[in-house]
Design a protein around this ligand. Structure first.
Ligand code: EPU
Length: 424
């Protein structure tokens, strides 16, 4: 196993190219199962999670060729096969093949994901939605066995809470159903808009992109198409906060500022200088002014609210402010695993239920220590804190980071950080 070593306290200066979004690439790769032919996906990040879903669709019969950041996926020969616990336990998003397999083959059997480091994360909304489209689902020995008799039939699906992968799974099932499906209280994240664009490129008829009501008029046939993956808004936000925390001045290119409304507002409110252009964001924070950072409260919400996937990173930034802030996590019930690790660097954080109160360290700042990565975004908050901390931090279990950040070490060193990997 590898660990990450960071010598903190250096300003970050320069520019970084943002990669394609992990959470868009995963459903779009799954969507290639819907239609035979050679699909072309551009701007696909090369991550542990994208490799996992490619291995998964490979087991189902697809072949894949990567050229730079473009993937050519041939899904002409897709055959029924169970998706094992071994795959689903490494990546919950494996459940995204349920919708397309039901639409194309009429049957899908996927291991039920267990709880994970951030919460219980059930898939009951996905299952209930499939049932609304006429699918019969049974749970046996830890597997969801979903089958349709005849065609899928359009219907109305109302989500109790907007679910990102739930909305994506239902969208992919409904595009080939007979009749019209309406998804109500659907999630509105930009990654869902990216999936809708891909499905429409393939010949689907989906309306309501960017809204909480999505209407899908089922079609008889889809064909392979070309689609570009949107920039990763969570990677963008993570680097913005890393630069604000360590101090420095940098430009993030190839990103979409319009996908980060809540974060950009909060950063400016905290006193970070942020300038946006069409596909780039420049951020600036002199390290000798870092104690001027104000404490700013956040509450995680579904899009376009403040994203839960940027909560841990904002907490790391706030540990350096000269104020107090309250961070409320409303999406996942257990997403404060980073708190104990941040405390090891000197952070002052109290939690109660789904709230955390952060008392910024101001001019005292943080000090390097040995810490442990517990999940993907928690790990990136430790990287941010370590970049700002005085001295050396060692982060173990960095395989979590490799699930979602492409070339993290090279990108940070390109900005003047001192980061490297070592064997544990
Ligand atoms: N929920 C249910 N039942 C369901 C589905 C969801 O109760 O059937 C609950 C969840 O437990 C949670 C809430 O609804 O409390 C919202 O969960 P959602 O379904 O939206 O989460 P997800 O689709 O499993 C995606 C991202 C996560 C991100 C969340 C929230 C992908 C592959 N994953 O998960 O990304 O945190 O949406 O925005 O898109 C990450 O990238 O680090 C990550 C965890």
């Amino acid at each position: 196993m590898e660990k990450l070593i960071i010598e903190g306290g250096r300003e970050l200066v320069g520019s970084i190219q943002i990669s394609g979004a992990k959470n868009a690439a995963l459903p779009l790769i799954a969507a290639t199962l819907l239609a035979p032919g050679i699909h072309e996906l551009t701007n696909v990040p090369d991550l542990r999670d994208t490799r996992t879903i490619l291995a998964l669709i490979g087991e189902l019969g697809c072949t894949c060729r990567r050229q730079g950041s473009t993937l050519y996926i041939d899904s002409s020969d897709v055959a029924y096969s169970e998706v094992s616990y071994d795959l689903v336990k490494t990546m919950r998003a494996s459940v995204l093949v349920l919708g397309p397999l039901l639409a194309r083959l009429g049957r899908a059997k996927v291991s039920l994901p267990g709880g994970c480091a951030i919460g219980e994360r059930p898939i009951n909304f996905h299952i209930r939605g499939f049932e609304r489209l006429g699918v019969h689902c049974t749970l046996e020995q830890g597997y969801v066995d979903a089958r349709r008799e005849g065609e899928l039939k359009g219907g109305t699906v109302h989500f109790d809470i907007p679910s990102v992968t739930g909305t994506e799974n239902l969208l992919m099932a409904a595009v080939l159903a007979r009749g019209t499906t309406v998804l109500k209280n659907a999630a509105r994240e930009p990654e869902i808009g990216n999936l809708i664009d891909m499905l429409n490129n393939m010949g689907a008829e989906v309306e309501g992109k960017g809204t909480d009501q999505i209407t899908i008029h089922g079609v008889d046939k889809l064909s392979a198409a070309k689609t570009a993956i949107i920039p990763d808004r969570i990677e963008t936000g993570t680097y913005l906060m890393a630069i604000a925390a360590a101090g420095g001045q940098a430009t993030l290119t190839g990103c979409e500022p319009g996908h980060l409304p809540a974060l950009l507002d909060k950063l400016m409110e905290a006193g970070v200088e942020v300038k946006t252009a069409e596909n780039s964001i420049s951020v600036s924070m002199a390290s000798n002014r870092r104690q001027a950072l104000k404490g700013v409260d956040i509450k995680t919400m579904v899009y376009p609210g403040y994203p839960t996937d940027l909560q841990a990173q904002f907490m790391a930034l706030m540990t350096l402010s000269s104020g107090i802030c309250v961070i409320k996590e409303t999406i996942f019930e257990n997403r404060f695993m980073h708190v104990a690790e941040l405390r090891r660097l000197g952070a002052q954080i109290q939690t109660e239920g789904n709230s955390a109160v952060v008392t910024g360290r101001g001019p005292e700042g943080l000090n390097g220590a040995r810490v442990m990565a517990t999940d993907l975004r928690a790990s990136s908050s430790l990287v941010i804190a370590a970049l700002a901390a005085a001295g050396r931090t060692e982060i173990s279990r960095i395989y979590h980071l490799e699930r979602g950040y492409e070339n993290l070490v090279d990108k940070l060193n390109g900005l003047g950080a001192k980061v490297w990997k070592e064997n544990e």
